[in-house]
Design a protein around this ligand. Structure first.
Ligand code: SF4
Ligand code: SF4
Ligand code: SF4
Length: 354
């Protein structure tokens, strides 16, 4: 059901019970947020999206408020600006804002907010406290690293792991200032983590980051981003390759069908093979116990001759073809067509059933 609401004097049409923060964003009205993440249920813990709603007591988090007909909202005024600035200032007092050495430099939501709200070292109200808290680093995962001094306790990773990936590996330990993120009962390595990287993608800051494959890379070092399809299986997940000096250095899941940003461990982390020195770049011909590099024309000629020879001598049923999940659906279709029509056998199967 369509309703009409007013935000900062602007009349807006929305669907009843739509999330207020999303409605504001869709209509070009800025409300800051840190814990809000489109793909998970609203958490309402960062308090940056507090707004004033007529006839509602106190300030309410826009991310956890649902629109009703005639709702009148003040999303931005001087008082809200000062309040949000103070909240950010407090967050930064517990944050190791060492942006110079942080992988997230250039793609960090906290950095963007601090810049937008003009929070500089010289004008901060709250003294730095982060170094008084116990530093917890977890390097035990083979694909990601965690640094508690960068964590803003937004819960995006916890909910992404539970609500998107269906795992529930992450939770908070302790309370108050001492709260920290923990995987399983202690370390990532010993947890039930299946290394999908959903938490890495959800983290708005540099607390959970990918382990470097070749070298450490910040978002600002990335020279090119290429949108493509993951080559690992037939699902066709949409990915974005981050490229530096001609090498793939990170992979992000694109928020498009069929994966809506999610990836498996292979799609997100398994790309070092692309630049491997051991990668086969041309066909190899076996001669005794040795392999000899040959060109494609020669390889195809030898293949055709041998297949013809075998088919004539032993019949088409002596040949079997094994297709692969690593080639496209179209290529798999062509392969079964080739097997049935050209080779004359139904001996075609797929590696996924091995
Ligand atoms: S997480 Fe963000 S704000 Fe913190 S050090 Fe890294 S880039 Fe800076
Ligand atoms: S990598 Fe995936 S399974 Fe592991 S903690 Fe992160 S979201 Fe959960
Ligand atoms: S690790 Fe990142 S996503 Fe998880 S709670 Fe900390 S800041 Fe939020």
């Amino acid at each position: 059901m369509e309703v009409e609401i007013t935000i900062d004097g602007k009349k807006i049409k929305a669907q009843k019970n739509e999330n207020l923060l999303r409605v504001a964003k869709k209509n070009g009205i800025y409300i800051p947020s840190l814990c809000y993440y489109e793909k998970i249920s609203p958490t309402g813990v960062c308090r940056l999206c507090l707004v004033k709603v007529e006839n509602m007591r106190g300030l309410v988090p826009a991310c956890a408020t649902f629109v009703t007909d005639g709702m009148k909202v003040i999303a931005n005024d001087e008082e809200l600006f000062e309040l949000r600035r103070d909240i950010l200032d407090m967050l930064l007092s517990e944050h190791n804002a060492d942006c110079i050495a942080c992988d997230k430099n250039g793609s960090c939501e906290l950095q963007d907010l601090a810049y937008r709200f003009g929070l500089e070292l010289k004008n901060r109200k709250f003294r730095p406290l982060w170094h008084e808290l116990e530093l917890r680093r977890d390097e035990s995962s083979y694909v990601l690293s965690f640094d508690s001094s960068k964590c803003v306790k937004c819960q995006r990773c916890i909910k992404a792991c539970y609500e998107i990936q269906g795992k529930g590996v992450l939770s908070f330990a302790k309370r108050g200032m001492e709260t920290y993120l923990v995987a399983g009962f202690g370390t990532w390595k010993d947890s039930e983590c299946d290394a999908c990287g959903e938490c890495v993608q959800a983290c708005p800051v540099g607390a959970i980051v990918e382990k470097p494959v070749f070298e450490r890379v910040r978002a600002i070092d990335v020279e090119k981003k290429v949108e493509t399809t993951c080559p690992y299986c037939g699902v066709g997940c949409q990915i974005e390759l981050w490229v530096k000096e001609g090498k793939i250095v990170k992979v992000r899941g694109l928020d498009e069908k069929p994966n809506n940003g999610s990836l498996c461990v292979k799609g997100r982390f398994g790309f070092s093979f692309v630049h491997s020195e051991e990668r086969l770049k041309s066909p190899l011909l076996r001669e005794g116990n040795q392999f000899k590099e040959i060109g494609w024309d020669e390889a195809i000629r030898i293949f055709v001759e041998r297949i013809k020879e075998i088919k004539e001598k032993y019949g088409p049923e002596s040949i079997a073809v094994l297709a692969s999940a690593k080639i496209t659906n179209e290529e798999n279709y062509l392969l079964q067509k080739f097997t049935r029509v050209v080779l004359g056998t139904n001996n075609i199967d797929h590696c996924a059933r091995l």
